[in-house]
Ligand binder design. Structure first.
Ligand code: AMP
Length: 289
């Protein structure tokens, strides 16, 4: 059964009546198969699930798409209903969709979570303040929902690392689960922002996952040491294409440069098509010659 609440008080009243393990799925709504796969997993591993749907203003920069971000609560609820009936799930899903930012932030809001170091690169470097907004809202959602486990997509790889670091540093008793990236049949990672693209742009967007895959192929073909030259050639060629906001291969554990201790890398890219910025990544285990 789905229980929809839109105010903090309603949510807290409902939450106080629930016991057992709780799987949390924080989202900004406009649900697609990626979000639903997180919810599916949360339901399979817990007694009930909480999905939050909140387009969080503090994680958007001044020139970003906060105003036009798609808000589709009714369709989202239908998708959750369909998931429950298709998978024959007989568990409760609380959907907490605060109607306004004030519902979440209240008055006099002046406390922020600032995870350092791993936010100095990739989206952290390109979107100043973004991870402060993410960390702060996720901390608040954790405090309100008190989940056993929280589910995040690998799609936002740096975000998962930020949330894991915050959870560990602040001793939050929550297990953070990373879920696989859901893609369309062409390999494009699903994203609410894909709907900003027209048909031609959808095809152009494939360059993002295709480039990540060709870098992955270079890395898996041989040892990291031997792949290094061809890998750098691709990176050098690609940077001539000014659609890349970034394209980097970093140590997957700490987002630092690859060192001899590195056993897994993340190939991460942010690619802009007109006003739409898409991100994607691949994780690859590496060996040395
Ligand atoms: P968002 O609504 O974009 O903030 O995403 C909410 C959650 O869904 C985040 O943990 C995302 O990483 C995750 N997510 C978004 N797109 C995908 C995808 N294609 N596959 C898996 N998880 C995703």
């Amino acid at each position: 059964m789905i229980q929809l609440v839109t105010t903090k008080q309603e949510f807290l009243d409902l939450r106080s009546k629930k016991s057992g393990t709780i799987g949390l799925v924080p989202t900004m709504g406009n649900l697609h198969e990626g979000h639903l796969s997180l919810l599916d997993r949360a339901l399979s591993e817990n007694d009930l699930a909480i999905m939050t749907i909140f387009v969080n203003p503090t994680q958007f920069g001044p020139n970003e798409d906060f105003d036009k971000y798609p808000r589709t609560l009714e369709a989202d609820l239908n998708k959750i209903t369909n998931l429950l009936s298709e998978k024959k799930v007989d568990k409760d899903v609380i959907v907490y969709a605060p109607a306004t930012p004030h519902e979440i932030y209240g008055d006099n809001f002046s406390t922020f979570i600032n995870v350092k170091e791993i936010t100095d690169v990739l989206c952290g470097a390109k979107r100043p303040g973004h991870f402060e907004g993410v960390g702060t809202v996720v901390y608040k959602i954790f405090s309100l929902t008190k989940p056993t486990k929280a589910y995040f997509g690998q799609k936002d790889y740096q975000q998962v690392l930020v949330i894991k670091r915050m959870t560990e540093n602040l001793d939050l008793p929550i297990e953070i689960i990373t879920c696989d990236i859901a893609r369309n049949e062409m390999g494009l990672a699903l994203s609410s922002r894909n709907q900003y693209l027209n048909a031609t742009e959808m095809i152009e967007a494939l360059h993002l996952s295709q480039t990540l895959n060709s870098i992955k192929n270079e890395i898996t073909k041989e040892s990291w040491t031997n792949a290094y030259a061809s890998l750098n050639l691709i990176l050098e060629n690609e940077t001539k294409n000014n659609r890349w906001d970034y394209l980097e291969v970093l140590d997957a554990d700490n987002l630092k440069e690859v060192r001899p201790e590195t056993s897994r890398v993340v190939i991460a890219g942010a690619y802009k098509i007109n006003n739409t910025r898409l991100i994607d990544n691949l994780l690859v285990d590496i060996t040395y010659a």
